[in-house]
Design a protein around this ligand. Structure first.
Ligand SMILES: C[S@@+](CC[C@H](N)C(=O)[O-])C[C@H]1O[C@@H](n2cnc3c(N)ncnc32)[C@H](O)[C@@H]1O
Length: 274
């Protein structure tokens, strides 16, 4: 892969089957029915939007409002969703923190996959979701960046991966991460803290689940070229140098430790508007 042809989006990670399964599990737990109106919040490149559309079974009254702050991600989502009937998907660029300003109707569910950890104003986002949900509607999210995501026995993998990536950055690019540029995803809430946050905003908890997921090398290679991950793991480092350092390091560590996959926990939470 030449640097010019690298795509720093989430697509390579989002295309993997284990990833599809964790999102399918969350979408399943929302009990979506044909005809409903659903918000796919932080829709990214549209992988979850497709799963929601399948549940809506093409019924004319159905609607997915897919929102993301990134114009680039929405452009990729638009291409991916081109086959879906136009009137069923509305793509909107905007911030989750301003959800009630973007969605002017009551919806049946707000689904937020793999993004809540990136958001600083979590209380505000939960409050905004509550504002646009009909009574009984659900706010569902999943994340693998929470306190408890890394099983203890995997500590050696992360230590070696980051150590090797930083060594490559220093020796090949004379670069070091900038600790002062730390991003929000580094501040991780526990499952209990998320539940308390939802209660404090007036939600009723429907489901709280932590599931182990086996992530193969291809998953780590995919996440290593996602711009937001590079910015979180190696703050302040240019994307191409960060990608190369992370991908080379993770490939080496998989070989050294003779790994087939690294287990990672995913948190799933579903809450309802009373
Ligand atoms: C890791 S991707 C997840 C995409 C998709 N939900 C999935 O699971 O495949 C996170 C997405 O969240 C978006 N995002 C981050 N902060 C946001 C915010 N405050 N408001 C809206 N979108 C946001 C990013 O642009 C990115 O596309």
């Amino acid at each position: 892969m030449t640097p010019e042809s690298v795509n720093y989006s989430f697509v390579r990670f989002a295309e993997q089957s284990f990833y599809r399964q964790v999102n399918q599990a969350l979408v399943n737990s929302c009990a979506i029915k044909p005809g409903q109106h659903i918000v796919d919040l932080a829709c990214g490149t549209g992988a979850v939007t497709q799963l929601i559309l399948q549940k809506l079974q093409g019924m004319r009254e159905s609607l997915v409002i897919a929102i993301d702050s990134s114009a680039e991600a929405l452009q990729q989502a638009r291409a991916k969703l081109a086959e879906a009937r136009n009137q069923m998907v509305k793509l909107v660029q905007g911030q989750a923190e301003q959800l009630s300003g973007l969605v002017r109707e009551r919806v049946d569910a707000v689904i937020l996959c793999n993004a809540i950890h990136m958001m600083a104003q979590k209380e505000e986002i939960a409050a905004e979701a509550l504002r646009i949900l009909r009574p009984g509607g659900v706010f569902a999210f999943n994340t693998t960046f929470f306190a408890g995501a890394q099983p203890e026995e995997t500590a050696i993998f992360y230590r070696r991966w980051m150590y090797r990536a930083i060594r490559t950055l220093r020796s090949r690019y004379q670069l070091m991460p900038d600790k002062a540029a730390k991003v929000e995803s580094r501040r991780q809430l526990s499952s209990t803290e998320y539940v308390e946050l939802l209660h404090s905003q007036g939600f009723t908890l429907r489901e709280e689940l932590i599931k182990p997921v086996a992530v193969p090398l291809e998953g780590w290679l995919g996440i290593s070229q996602f711009q937001d991950f590079i910015a979180g793991a190696l703050p302040g480092v240019p994307l191409e140098a960060g990608r190369q350092a992370l991908q080379q390091a993770v490939t080496q560590v998989f070989a050294e430790l003779k790994l087939q996959f690294v287990p990672r926990n995913w948190l799933f939470i579903v809450a309802a508007r009373p």
